[in-house]
Write a protein that binds this ligand. Structure first.
Ligand code: TXA
Ligand code: MG
Length: 335
């Protein structure tokens, strides 16, 4: 026994008894977290982007627990996190562009969608039945050490209940799952928004499926070609790119320079607003700082139970593309 109980119960609903656990015990070492994961349970861990809810990607029962804990639709596939390129090469086929991107940006906040190798060991649930796998090597050293210690790729979506705000601290993960999921604390995430997801078309083009912590301009600069954003209805798309996502409890109102007094305000750059409930993503207008603060500030404002959070205009260049993407989804009508 690893001494860690979680509320996750993979039996059919009719057989399930109420959760016996009074809360997960949190691993304090990489070895303890690895033991939990090797035993086929889930464990959350920090990456440089956001916290991930990890499970052994080769163990179908373990991966199922991720979908259950998050209440995530099964059609939405997961990212496999690898310790190094050697591990990644065992799972997917790299084309020349992917090779170039991997050399330049891994370890780091970039996810590549590539064809699965035949006879790979990845559980079907990870890819939701697709013949491609989303894969990345995180920059966070503790995350890579954890994957190495497990000896298997880790499937890990963001460690938050499906549809709600992503978590960039261990405390946000614990609160999101009511303390029922073990978390290996890795401190605050340094990038603060999810990885940039790239896919490849048959004509040698690279397509951005999700804006993220690696700015699109850097990818275009490396490759010397445009990297278009996948249209929502394109043949290649990320199944999980739901319009309403990353949502706080409060409503969001975007591009607001003069918030109403009764609104909470998420400011960016210098502001004359004096709202009693206000957080500034970056007083100096630094998009890197703003991305790092985005989810933490949204969680903090949401905790004050405002009717509405007004959000300042944010530039769309660099990391601004990812920040605006998350804000637009957070503001979208809830389905
Ligand atoms: O930074 C990140 O990427 C974080 C950390 C934990 O690594 N993970 C993350 O995972 O954001 P998640 O599950 O929240 O988002 C993964 C996205 C989803 O939109 C999913 O649809 C897409 O990746 N995806 C996964 N596999 C895919 C595939 N084979 N083809 C296209 N999209 C895929
Ligand atoms: Mg997510």
């Amino acid at each position: 026994m690893n001494g860690v109980q979680t509320f996750l119960d993979v039996r059919p609903a009719a057989c399930q008894t109420p959760p016996m656990s009074i809360g997960a015990q949190h691993p304090t070492t990489i070895a303890q977290a690895a033991k939990i994961l090797r035993a086929g349970d889930v464990c959350a861990f920090a990456t440089e982007t956001v916290y991930g809810l990890g499970a052994d990607a080769t163990n179908a029962d373990a991966v199922l627990k991720i979908y259950q804990a998050k209440r995530r639709p099964r059609f939405n596939p997961l990212i496999a996190h690898c310790a190094d390129l050697e591990m990644a090469r065992e799972l997917v086929v790299f084309n020349a562009l992917a090779e170039k991107l991997a050399q330049a940006f891994w370890p780091g906040p970039m996810t590549l969608v590539l064809p699965l190798k035949p006879n790979n060991t990845i559980a079907d649930l990870v890819t939701a039945g697709l013949d491609t796998l989303a894969i990345r090597i995180p920059a966070d050293e503790q995350a890579r050490a954890l994957i190495k210690a497990v000896g298997k790729p880790l499937a890990a979506p963001s460690a938050n209940p499906s549809g709600s705000l992503s978590a960039t601290s261990a405390d946000q993960v614990r609160r999101g799952f009511n303390g029922q999921v073990p978390v290996l604390d890795g401190g605050a995430c340094t990038a603060g928004v999810e990885s940039t997801i790239l896919a490849f078309d048959d004509a040698g083009g690279v397509i951005q499926l999700r804006a993220g912590a690696l700015p699109r301009e850097q990818v275009e600069q490396l490759l010397g070609q445009d990297v278009p954003l996948a249209a929502a209805n394109a043949a290649i798309s990320a199944p999980g790119m739901l319009k309403s996502h990353y949502a706080p409890n409060a409503k969001l109102r975007l591009n607001v320079s003069e918030p109403r007094k009764d609104e909470a305000y998420l400011a960016f750059g210098p502001t004359s607003a004096t709202n009693p409930t206000m957080r500034n993503l970056s007083v100096t207008g630094d998009l890197v700082e703003a991305a790092r603060n985005l989810f933490a500030h949204l969680h903090a404002l949401d905790d004050t139970s405002p009717g509405c959070i007004a959000v300042a205009p944010i530039p769309t260049t660099g990391l601004g593309e990812a920040i605006n993407d998350r804000l637009e989804r957070a503001a979208a009508p809830r389905g």
